[in-house]
Every structure is written in C-alpha cells, then in structure tokens.
Design a protein around this ligand. Structure first.
Ligand code: CTP
Ligand code: MG
Length: 238
C-alpha cells in the first residue's frame, strides 16, 4: 500500500497579513512549506509528497524543494493549485500515480506536526478506517451565533454545544484513496469550498474517525501563530 501526502500550499495567507504567499514565508529561516514537506517525509510510510503550489508559483516551489535537503526515500511532485483549498486538494489528487492507495492531506500551514501524529493517522488507515482525522479537545467554550451582517455588531447566540463532545481538527487527515477521490468528485464546489477533506467524506455518508492530534500541529493562521511557531522551533533546536 503506497502512501502519498498531498500538501495544499496555494493559499495567499490573507489573515497572516501582507507579504509572500503564506507557505513561502520563513519560519526559523526556512520556508514554512519546507518544514511541512519534511514533516510528511519524516514518516517512513510516506513515499511520495505532492505539493500544490500557488497557481503561478510552481517553478519557484520546485526550485525550493531542490535547494533544501529532503529525505530521499520519498519522491516529490509539484502541481499548480486553484482558487479554494478544496480545488487545490483536488488538483493534487489528480496528480497521484496509480499505485498510491493511501492519501494524507496536510496543510502547508501546519509546519510543525510531529511524525508521531503522521504515523498514527497512517496506522489507523492501514488498520481499515477509510477516513481519519487527528484532533484535540477544545480549551474555549464554543457558541453558535447568527453572524452579524455589519462586522463588529453584537451577534445573537443560537446555541452552546457541549464542549466535551467537540474536537478541533488538524491535519494530516488520512484516507483510503478511493474514498477521498469519490468525495472530491461527488461533493459540489459551493462558494468557498470545504475547509476540511473529512467533512466532504462525511457528506458522502461515510464514517470518519478521530485519533489524538498534537498541540504542535496547530495551524499558522494569524500573526500570533507565527510567534508561537518560532518559539516551538527554537525550543526544538535548543
Ligand atoms: N490552500 C490552498 N489553496 C487555496 C487556499 C488554501 O492550497 N486556494 C491551502 C493553504 O496554502 C494552507 C491550507 O490550504 O496550507 C489551509 O488554508 P488556510 O490556513 O486558510 O491558508 P490560506 O488560505 O493561505 O490563508 P487565509 O485563509 O488567511 O488567506
Ligand atoms: Mg484560507
């Protein structure tokens, strides 16, 4: 069972603020994307990494992969991405060779996921789960609201789900290839697209299971996340 990791890295990183596409910004002097690629290739199970580059950035990303040292038990492919994360993942799936039967989808924006998390997701798929997501319990209580039309206006609360039953999902999410390809083929592109691949599999009516995630698999989304990521990296290097 050959396992491939698809890394969507085509986003702009609007919430991080002005600058280069998020995946190409430096973390400890190395592009975030390179950390994410190394995190996938760190797993002995992963024999192919498909990077989905910003639409006009594939040559630059190929060059980056060539100039950084990467494990050589893994092959690397670069394809241009699309307007939404969902489209970018779909374009990555289209590039998979036939002999791949297990697919991980991992955000370039989660550069510090530990190999233990990658291995436990792969392990759960190899043990027969068709869709596996790493996730953590929440610290904050979550409320469902009626979103304000004018930003900043007070928003009426509709419900407070029981916190103990909620999980914040991370990546890599792992799939039996046929299940994920079917989800991408059958679940329509609606506006923003899906924010998570397992959610598309759920919409097929197929079961999805959660395994323990890791605090260091957090997504770099806003400027404060970059501060935390730099600190985690500095601690690892100490
Ligand atoms: N992504 C992608 N193609 C897109 C949009 C997002 O490949 N058209 C990727 C991002 O590069 C990122 C992952 O999906 O690795 C998770 O998305 P997110 O954290 O939202 O990143 P961005 O979309 O870049 O950030 P923002 O939403 O703040 O613009
Ligand atoms: Mg986004």
């Amino acid at each position: 069972l050959r396992t491939a990791a698809v890394i969507p890295a085509a986003g702009r990183g609007i919430r991080l603020g002005p600058g280069a596409p998020k995946a190409l910004r430096a973390l400890g002097g190395t592009p975030m994307l390179i950390h994410a690629v190394r995190a996938m290739a760190a797993s002995r199970a992963v024999s192919l990494v498909v990077v989905v580059a910003p639409p006009d950035g594939a040559p630059e990303v190929k060059h980056l992969l060539d100039e950084h040292s990467l494990p050589d038990h893994t092959d690397y492919l670069v394809v241009p991405g699309g307007d939404t994360r969902q489209e970018s993942v779909g374009l990555g799936l289209d590039a998979l060779p036939e002999d791949v039967s297990v697919v991980l989808v991992h955000d370039a924006a989660r550069p510090l996921v530990p190999v233990e998390t990658v291995d436990s997701v792969v392990g759960a798929v190899r043990n027969g789960a068709h869709a596996v997501v790493p996730a953590l319990p929440l610290s904050d209580t979550v409320k469902e609201v009626e979103p304000a039309v004018v930003p900043g206006e007070p928003e009426p609360v509709l419900a407070t789900p029981v916190r103990a039953r909620l999980r914040a999902v991370q990546t890599p999410q792992g799939f039996d290839r046929d299940t994920l390809v079917r989800a991408h083929a059958e679940v329509a592109l609606d506006g923003e697209g899906a924010t998570d691949d397992a959610g598309m599999v759920e919409r097929l009516g197929e079961p999805v299971v959660v395994v323990p995630g890791h605090e260091e698999a957090f997504k770099v989304t806003r400027p404060l996340d970059l501060v935390l990521a730099e600190a985690v990296l500095a601690r690892r290097r100490a």
